[in-house]
Write a protein that binds this ligand. Sequence first.
Ligand code: UDX
Length: 446
Amino acid sequence: MKISVIGCGYLGAVHAACMADLGHEVVGVDVDAAKVALLSAGTPPFFEPGLPELLRSAIASGRLSFTTDISAVREATVHFIAVGTPQLAQTAALDLRYVDAAVEGLLPHLRDGDLVVGKSTVPVGTAARLAELVRSAGSGATLAWNPEFLREGFAVKDTLAPDRLVYGLAPGDSVGERLLDSVYASALALGTPKVVADFATAELVKVAANAFLAPKISFINAMAEVAEATGADVTQLADAIGYDARIGRKFLNAGLGFGGGCLPKDIRGFMARAEELGVDQALSFLREVDSINLRRRGRMVDLVTEVVGGDVAGKRIAVLGLAFKPDSDDVRDSPAIDVAVRLAALGADVVATDPEALETSRRRFPDLNYVASVDDAVRGADAVALLTEWKTYRALDPTLVGSAVATRAIVDGRNCLDPVQWRAAGGCTEPSAPLNVLAGANTQMR
Ligand code: UDX
């Protein structure tokens, strides 16, 4: 199958490389010449495990190329739209200008039998409008909506072996279905479930999944607030309720809450769309989900402040982790960055590090003080704030950190260290009850 992918950001670059890996001939098109140059050289402009190897082998095989020239799509039959849908500042609705421009840019090059496939997350109703745009251009091409559910850090695996495939098709578009079946033949052969739906359902599946996952995280963080008030252990609570198969343990890690380029934006965009549709009441729970999530960041700042004696001004705070989650260099709406920036605004001398996100952080937040290693961050610090649960941070040596830090305190915002082990290593016999908060996440050594 000959495929084009319009938009070679995070989603598009991963999709293009994976499709080529499956044996398709793929051209990726992007307006950003610097991005195209990097991708053509086999270098993703972002961190994603497994992607550099995949890109290089696909380019070497001759099945994958990148260009800024939209006319290159003429060779292809299936055209994926993978451009961004950022949030509009005023209304929280999603900005569709890039999706619209991508489809309009494709129109002059489409031929009879071609299929335009939307992957971007869009407000419900967008696919029907764009399908009409494609139809009225008269090429004979059609449009499908095929939402993407990949997680950063697992993007290659999620694309090659997805949990499910969702096709949003116009009524009776069997040609579109067959083309998508050919594109995804290897996933279908693995037994991947396929849901064929109308446009609105396919668009909604994506936002509904996020509108389910985000509350799950905020639920456990709400329980963390109650646990903090009662001395209960929210991790044990999550383990115990997670054994119920109807609940499940995944996405029940309490801590700093969710961030990134998708969950926060998508739930706010969904609320904005519901308001336009006159069903805002149906999603009013998402407002509470959002505010529980944002409260975690303030609580973390309060905890660090407590640990250093009530005022962070002039205190050196080591920040471990800046990415919105491990195995990513993405700092979009990162809770870790938010906490670091708030601490700096309170006058703290923040010294931050991250295994992969230093470059992206420096670009977006040039005023923070960055260092390359944990050793450099913790040396002479008054306290440590662990904000992203990278594997290397989970494996930190308590004695090493303890000996470098004045208060001997590490506030674990991701609930990923074993408090008992850390206290024992610091010679602490009594658990420090007043600080055993933020999801039982705070660990103090004395
Ligand atoms: C998410 C969805 O999972 C994915 O299906 C969708 O396509 C895009 O948005 P992603 O943003 O890559 O993917 O990250 P995800 O792994 O879902 O984590 C989102 C945020 O929630 C992170 O900040 C993470 O740290 C946080 N989180 C996750 C928790 O705080 N607790 C948890 O138990 C799980």
